[in-house]
Design a protein around this ligand. Structure first.
Ligand SMILES: Cc1cc2nc3c(=O)[nH]c(=O)nc-3n(C[C@H](O)[C@H](O)[C@H](O)COP(=O)(O)OP(=O)(O)OC[C@H]3O[C@@H](n4cnc5c(N)ncnc54)[C@H](O)[C@@H]3O)c2cc1C
Length: 507
């Protein structure tokens, strides 16, 4: 089954079809858009609360980041408790720490309630500083974690063959197989009377008196409430200015020796490297991740795998990589996710996004927050994760930076498109954006010579797409929409593909 990239992730073989034969011509309580961990967890929770739910997925369950994750389960986050205290105050940082524990409980109780066989294991996590600067950062993290009631203890050894300056151990962390987990949730959702519709793109919505009209590729669906679990929702809204798309890379290797650690590991580099082990089809594999960058900002994304592999080979005795894959996540401008009522809506539209590299946890937590907001009208986390918040101070400089980058991307690419005299100039396996007769085109020539030509302007905000050689996709650097070589839409926020060009007749 499919994922939103050309490379096969370690989890992908477990993806299966779920489409039910749903009559769309009825009023639902809630439509949840997006079949990743966030959408599936939320749909199940709402259905359990007595809401009549429909889960809508543009492709197949697990098609997005959940099929391309590495599935560490941590109750500490990419935004450290030290940053949270500094930017949001001690009480909010304590609430964040509580949110981490709560998310872990949600996952564990789902696994136990629905008897989900998803290779779930409790683990210890090791955070290690590679130099003095990182050691200072680690000291700040330990001090802050004490203040918020989270446990980090210094240790003298780590179960990874990597030289380090200072390290801490964090108990009660975990890992699982993300697709086996959401498959179990989907089965529970269907058993509880929920509806799943795959291959159904949500194109837009309209808020009317008492209900929401959801326009999809399979027709109009009427609902009382709508949840977007799609990262950022379709259309143009405030969340496009407060979230930036990033890519991260993962490789699963067999080790030459049998010295596989059983624990989770993270250094404090920027971007950091992350490690864990998972057994798949009888093979124990070390999964290493890292090399993150802003989407569309790496000339040759294939190099990210080379760099990651070379880095890991310095320390581990590795055999060949079994799987190499990359995926996309969103960075929020002030470091905390956006979970709750969608800014600019009349109160019936909800979103959950901006999870950084912690979407297993925040996606799961979203199910509780959105259920509380929809069923009870309030959540203890609603202020902290309010999608409408604007916190000048916390992340304000990165807010300015991210938006300046979008404007720069928009203008730069319009000015730097190439002219070519003949299509022969494009080599096999090469991709180029070219300028011809007042229009710009995205060209990719397959090995064997077949040329794919598309209009290169993303239909969402009219930025120019850029080639992602690692996943063989055209990626929009502005808001993260992505397309395959045929122009087919893979990832929103746009809801249209890139226009295909017939080179014989269209140019
Ligand atoms: C390489 C990598 C490693 C990571 N590792 C970890 C980790 O170890 N631990 C952790 O906690 N987090 C990790 N993350 C983050 C985590 O994987 C994601 O945050 C999480 O999977 C997001 O889940 P989601 O359900 O919100 O989104 P997705 O899984 O992306 O699901 C969104 C779904 O919505 C669908 N969709 C989009 N638009 C529409 C539309 N208009 N209509 C219908 N459907 C639509 C998509 O097809 C997709 O299936 C990692 C991320 C990356 C990239």
């Amino acid at each position: 089954m499919y994922r939103d990239g050309a490379r096969k992730s370690m989890w992908q073989e477990e993806i299966k079809r779920f489409s039910s034969d749903t009559d769309l011509n009825q009023l639902f309580d809630v439509a949840v858009i997006g079949g990743g961990i966030t959408g599936v967890s939320t749909a199940l929770k709402l259905q359990q609360s007595g809401k009549k739910c429909i889960l809508i997925e543009a492709a197949n369950i697990g098609f997005g980041a959940t099929g391309g994750t590495t599935a560490h389960l941590n109750d500490f986050f990419d935004t450290t408790f030290a940053q949270a205290i500094n930017d949001f105050g001690l009480d909010n940082a304590k609430l964040l720490a509580e949110a981490g524990k709560n998310a872990m409980n949600i996952i564990e109780s789902n696994i136990s309630e629905f008897s989900i066989q998803c290779d779930f294991e409790k683990k210890k996590a090791y955070l290690f500083a590679l130099d003095e600067k990182q050691a200072k950062q680690l000291d700040d993290m330990v001090e802050a974690s004490l203040k918020v009631g989270h446990t980090m203890e210094y240790c003298n050894q780590i179960p990874f063959p990597i030289p380090f300056e200072k390290a801490v151990i964090i108990p009660h962390q975990g890992q699982f197989h993300p697709i086996k987990y959401i498959k179990g949730l989907c089965e529970a959702f269907l058993s509880a009377g929920g509806n799943i519709v795959e291959d159904c793109l949500c194109e837009s919505h309209e808020e009317e008196e008492g209900e929401v009209i959801v326009n999809t590729s399979k027709g109009v669906i009427r609902v009382h409430e709508l949840v977007y679990a799609t990262h950022i929702p379709p259309g143009v809204n405030k969340l496009h200015f407060t979230n930036a798309p990033y890519r991260s890379y993962a490789i699963a290797f067999e080790l030459k020796d049998t010295d596989y650690t059983q624990q989770l590991g993270y250094d404090l580099s920027d971007p950091y490297h992350y490690y864990r082990v998972h057994e798949i089809n009888g093979e124990k594999l070390l999964i290493a991740g890292g090399e993150d960058h802003k989407t569309g900002h790496m000339e040759d994304t294939g190099e990210c795998f080379t760099r990651l592999e070379n880095y890991v080979r310095q320390y581990f005795d590795l055999d060949v990589p079994y799987y190499t894959w990359s995926s996309q996540y969103y960075e929020p401008v002030d470091g905390l996710p956006y979970i709750g009522k969608m800014p600019g809506s009349n109160g019936r539209i909800y979103v959950a996004t901006g999870f950084r590299g912690n979407g297993m946890m925040f996606g799961s937590l979203s199910s509780e927050i959105l259920n509380d907001l929809i069923v009870k009208g309030s959540s203890k986390y609603e202020k902290l994760f309010d999608p409408g918040r604007v916190k000048v101070g916390a992340g304000f400089s990165s807010f300015v930076k991210e938006n300046a980058t979008v404007v720069f991307d928009l203008v730069k690419d319009k000015l730097t498109r190439e002219y070519i005299r003949s299509l022969e100039e494009i080599k096999e396996g090469e991709a180029k954006i070219i300028w011809y007769d007042g229009n710009s085109y995205a060209l990719y020539k397959e090995i064997g010579g077949k040329l794919h030509a598309l209009k290169s302007t993303c239909p969402h905000a009219y930025c120019e797409v850029r080639w992602n050689s690692a996943e063989m996709t055209w990626d929009c650097p502005c808001h993260g929409s992505r397309f395959n070589v045929n122009g087919r839409l893979l990832t929103g926020p746009t809801v249209e593909g890139l226009q295909k060009i017939d080179l014989e007749s269209d140019i």
